[in-house]
Design a protein around this ligand. Structure first.
Ligand code: MD3
Ligand code: FE
Length: 221
């Protein structure tokens, strides 16, 4: 059954939803939104990773990113010494990125709708893996052709302290703890906010072990 059919808060405005926290004018944390989907997400994740395993990528400046990454969908985000970009092929295998599993797409679309963005059509899902100590420095997501579509981000496994900044790197950041099953949706006027992840703390998650997995859904083109 589609878990969205059980949503008894469907008629409330986004800012009235009890498990929906507003971070900016058009950005929300949906607490626990992914939990009912987990049993269908994890086998699909495993299949994607068999075809396109996690790898650590290098920034144009020559730094190895601490989060390991993979992708599925038409476009996969990659970085190497020559720059950040979206590619149709996995540079590791030379093959197209694995298809985005239907349940990934449905979850991303349901979360976007819950935050007021109708008809989100992601063509890219970046999969980030953080082990304790891994982080993501403050940045903007700017490699997409258009900034019209929102971004949907699913957190699984170990908790993370998320940094939700402003429109300049030096702007003060809100700190938002993200737990297993939480989804963040941001778009519209908040689409180009700086954001990052503080180093993940040591720990064991009962379902995912010593790691945090993040899915970042975007419309790349
Ligand atoms: C942006 N990933 O891959 S997404 C990325 O948790 C990336 O792995 C992070 O940033 C991760 O580009 C974060 C979650 C997120 C949450 C709230 C935001 C991004 C946000 C608020 C404003 C802008
Ligand atoms: Fe980002």
């Amino acid at each position: 059954m589609n878990p969205t059919t059980l949503d008894m808060f469907a008629n409330l405005e986004p800012e009235q939803h009890p498990r929906r926290e507003q971070m900016g004018k058009q950005s929300y944390v949906l607490r626990g939104f992914a939990l009912p989907w987990l049993d269908r997400l994890l086998p699909e994740l495993e299949a994607v990773l068999k075809a396109a395993p996690f790898r650590q990528m290098v920034t144009p400046g020559g730094f190895t990113m601490s989060a390991a990454m993979s992708s599925c969908g038409t476009w996969g985000w990659t970085t190497d010494r020559s720059g950040y970009r979206y590619t149709r092929q996995d540079p590791l295998s030379g093959e197209p990125w694995p298809d985005m599993p239907e349940v990934f797409f449905q979850l991303a679309q349901a979360a976007a709708r819950e935050a007021g963005f109708e008809a989100f059509v992601p063509d890219s899902c970046l999969i980030n893996r953080y082990v304790p100590g891994a982080k993501m420095s403050l940045h903007q997501d700017k490699d997409e052709t258009s900034y019209e579509a929102p971004i949907v981000s699913v957190s699984l496994g170990l908790p993370a302290m998320f940094l939700f900044g402003g429109f300049e790197r030096s702007d003060k950041c809100q700190r938002v703890p993200l737990l297993h099953g939480d989804i963040v949706v941001w778009g519209g006027v908040d689409r180009l906010r700086y954001h990052g992840v503080l180093p993940i703390k040591e720990g064991q998650h009962p379902r995912l072990g010593e790691q945090r997995i993040n899915f970042t859904f975007r419309t790349a083109r």
